[in-house]
Design a protein around this ligand. Structure first.
Ligand SMILES: Cc1cc2nc3c(=O)[nH]c(=O)nc-3n(C[C@H](O)[C@H](O)[C@H](O)COP(=O)(O)OP(=O)(O)OC[C@H]3O[C@@H](n4cnc5c(N)ncnc54)[C@H](O)[C@@H]3O)c2cc1C
Length: 314
C-alpha cells in the first residue's frame, strides 16, 4: 500500500481532521488502549462512505466505535482506521410515537428526548453509557428490557458503501448480540417505536433506575460494565463472588467488590493485558468452583487481541 497516497486522500475527505496515533484510552470507558493509527470523528454519511471505500481500495482495516463503553482495546493499539460515530452524528427527530435517530446519539440523550415528548419505552436504557449504534450492535438491555423490543428499523451502510434498511427481525437480535456481530456493516440510524406515556411517570422511572445503578454498580471506577454475559440460569456476578474473587486484583485490574460482574481499572493505570489475565483467572476459577463457563460480553479490539468469540467482522 502506498501509505502517503492513502493519507493524502484521507486528509482530503476529512478536511484534515485526522488524529494520528490517537490513544484509545481517551475513547474507552475502561480508560485503556494504545494508539489507533488514524482516528476519525465522522460527521455525515457521505464522509463515512468515502472513508470505507478508500480503506477498501488501499486494503487498510477499519473499526467502528461509538462511546467505547463495551470495549477492551489492546495496549499495542489498533491497526488502520478507527471511525467514531459520536456526537457529531446524532441528529434526532420525533414523528408521532417514532423516535428516529442517528447512530451517534447517546442512549441517555435519547431517553431524555423520549421523556420530553411523553414517549415511554426507553427508560431502561437511560443509564447505559453507549451510543445507539453500539446499543443496536450489542442489543443492549437492562432491567428485563432490551433494544430489540423498541427497534423498528435500522439503516446500515454495507462494506461496499451501499445503504440498506433492515427490520428488527432481520437484525437477528439475541442476548447481547445482533447480526452485526457477524457482518461488518455500520449502523447509520434507527427508528425506535415507543408508546404514548406520562412525562412525570417516565422521569420518575428513569430517576429510580439511575439511583439503582449508582447503588449497585462501581460507577466511580473506569470499566466496560458487566464483563461477562449472563450464563443461562445464573448471574455472573454471584458466581464470581461465590468463587471468592471479590476484590481480587491483578496489577491495576480488579474484580469490583461492589459488583463482582464488573472488572474495573482500579488504579487508573491498568493495561489491557492486566484485564485479559484477570478475565482468564475469573473464568478458570468460576469453572473449577461451579462448572459454569463465563463468556466475555465486552468486545476485544486491536493488534494483539483475539477476535471476539461470536464475531467474525471480516
Ligand atoms: C458503567 C457501565 C454500565 C453498563 N451497563 C450496561 C447495561 O445495563 N446493559 C448493557 O447492555 N450494556 C451495558 N454497558 C455496556 C455498554 O454501555 C453497551 O454495550 C453499549 O451499548 C455500547 O455502546 P457504545 O456506543 O459504547 O459501543 P462501543 O463500545 O463503542 O462498541 C461496541 C460494539 O459495537 C460496535 N459499534 C459501535 N457503534 C457502531 C455502529 N454505529 N455501527 C456498527 N457497529 C458499531 C463496535 O464495533 C463494537 O463491536 C455498560 C457499560 C458501562 C461502562
Amino acid at each position: 500500500m502506498n501509505r502517503q497516497e492513502f493519507e493524502e486522500k484521507l486528509q482530503d475527505i476529512m478536511n484534515k481532521a485526522i488524529r494520528f496515533q490517537e490513544p484509545m484510552k481517551a475513547h474507552t470507558t475502561f480508560r485503556i488502549g494504545g494508539p489507533a493509527d488514524y482516528f476519525l470523528s465522522l460527521k455525515n454519511v457521505e464522509q463515512i462512505q468515502k472513508v470505507i471505500l478508500l480503506c477498501k481500495e488501499y486494503q487498510v482495516p477499519y473499526e467502528v466505535i461509538g462511546n467505547g463503553s463495551n470495549l477492551l482495546v489492546a495496549d499495542e493499539g489498533i491497526e488502520g482506521v478507527v471511525l467514531q460515530l459520536g456526537k457529531e452524528f446524532s441528529r434526532t427527530e420525533i414523528e408521532g410515537t417514532l423516535l428516529k435517530a442517528q447512530s451517534g446519539s447517546t442512549l441517555s440523550a435519547l431517553a431524555r428526548k423520549a421523556a420530553e415528548a411523553e414517549l415511554t419505552g426507553m427508560e431502561f436504557a437511560c443509564g447505559i453509557p453507549g451510543t445507539l449504534g453500539g446499543a443496536i450492535t450489542m442489543n443492549a438491555g437492562a432491567y428485563g428490557e432490551e433494544m430489540a423490543q423498541i427497534v423498528e428499523q435500522v439503516t446500515l451502510l454495507t462494506n461496499a458503501g451501499k445503504q440498506l434498511s433492515l427490520s428488527a427481525k432481520e437484525m437477528q437480535f439475541g442476548y447481547r448480540k445482533s447480526i452485526l456481530c457477524q457482518l461488518p456493516y455500520i449502523v447509520l440510524s434507527a427508528d425506535l417505536r415507543l408508546k404514548k406515556g406520562n412525562r412525570i411517570t417516565i422521569e420518575k422511572k428513569m430517576t429510580e433506575l439511575n439511583a439503582k445503578r449508582k447503588e449497585k454498580q462501581p460507577l466511580e471506577y473506569p470499566s466496560a460494565g458487566s464483563t461477562f454475559k449472563r450464563p443461562e440460569g445464573y448471574f455472573a456476578g454471584k458466581l464470581i463472588m461465590e468463587a471468592g474473587l471479590a476484590g481480587f486484583q491483578y496489577q491495576g485490574a480488579q474484580v469490583s467488590k461492589k459488583h463482582c460482574g464488573f472488572l474495573i481499572n482500579a488504579t487508573g493505570t491498568a493495561t489491557a493485558w492486566d484485564v485479559k489475565l484477570l478475565i482468564q483467572k475469573v473464568q478458570q476459577t468460576v469453572f473449577e468452583k461451579s462448572g459454569v463457563k463465563l463468556e466475555p460480553e465486552i468486545r476485544f479490539l486491536g493488534r494483539t487481541m483475539q477476535s471476539n468469540a461470536d464475531s467474525a467482522k471480516d
